[in-house]
Design a protein around this ligand. Structure first.
Ligand code: GTB
Length: 212
């Protein structure tokens, strides 16, 4: 049984680890599963072969023994369910860790992505100069509450979980705007995630692709 994921042939970030295959690579490393990567040139993502795997023509996808998945949250959840390690055994602790997975993807990632949309995709619009500070303030408010909740804890709820893996991955995208740096506890939290050997292996693997 071989696990195959897809990734950008060349990530637009040049290997900073911000494209979403990195979080899937990280989860695979955490659960100790070997995997192969099929690199997809951007135009090919919109062709029928790839659209058959991913309805929105994006990366990453996940293939394993006839199973095809898309959406990084679903892929990380599947890996945690099938291979263990990333979710606690206790039912209530497990439910809370899953709640943090949803929080990362539904409550923290969208405002952070809005920074990229406002600055880059819509940066040339006449209203961009007014919109960017509004979007930044919304991110600040969300990060402040997250930082307060984390406090001085190492991870969001006890041991490192899939919730932390996704939250750290999402927070990394707030770094280029400077928003993350305003919250030292979150900076340290992200650094703890990045220091994990599994993350280091995932990062190195995507970097090798993007600097080859
Ligand atoms: N909700 C989906 C998931 O979590 O799997 C989102 C998947 C997604 O957005 N994929 C992006 C993609 O395929 C790549 S990761 N885009 C091509 C397209 O839509 O045509 C997003 C991404 C891209 C670039 C950077 N970067 O340069 O820093 C970071 C993240």
């Amino acid at each position: 049984m071989t696990i195959t994921i897809t990734a950008f042939e060349r990530s637009p970030d040049g290997g900073k680890g911000l494209a979403r295959d990195t979080r899937v690579r990280w989860a695979l490393e955490e659960v100790g599963q070997p995997y192969e990567v099929r690199l997809v040139p951007h135009p090919q993502m919109k062709q029928p072969d790839h659209m058959g795997l991913h309805p929105f023509g994006q990366i990453p996808t996940y293939e394993e023994d006839g199973l095809v998945l898309f959406e990084t949250g679903a892929i990380v959840f599947h890996l945690a369910e099938r291979y263990g390690h990333l979710l606690p055994a206790d039912a209530n602790a497990r439910a809370r860790a899953i709640t943090w997975m949803f929080a990362a993807l539904n409550s923290v990632e969208p405002p952070i992505l809005d920074i990229f949309i406002a600055k880059i995709l819509e940066g040339d619009k006449p209203w961009a100069a007014e919109r960017v500070p509004i979007v930044m303030e919304r991110v600040r408010q969300r990060l402040k509450l997250l930082s307060d909740r984390l406090g001085d804890a190492e991870w969001l709820d006890g041991k490192f979980s899939a919730g932390d893996l996704l939250m750290v991955s999402v927070l990394m995208r707030a770094r280029p705007s400077g928003a993350l740096a305003e919250f030292p506890r979150l900076v340290a939290y992200v650094e703890r995630g990045e220091a994990r050997p599994a993350y280091q292996r995932a990062f190195a693997a995507q970097l090798a692709v993007n600097t080859a």
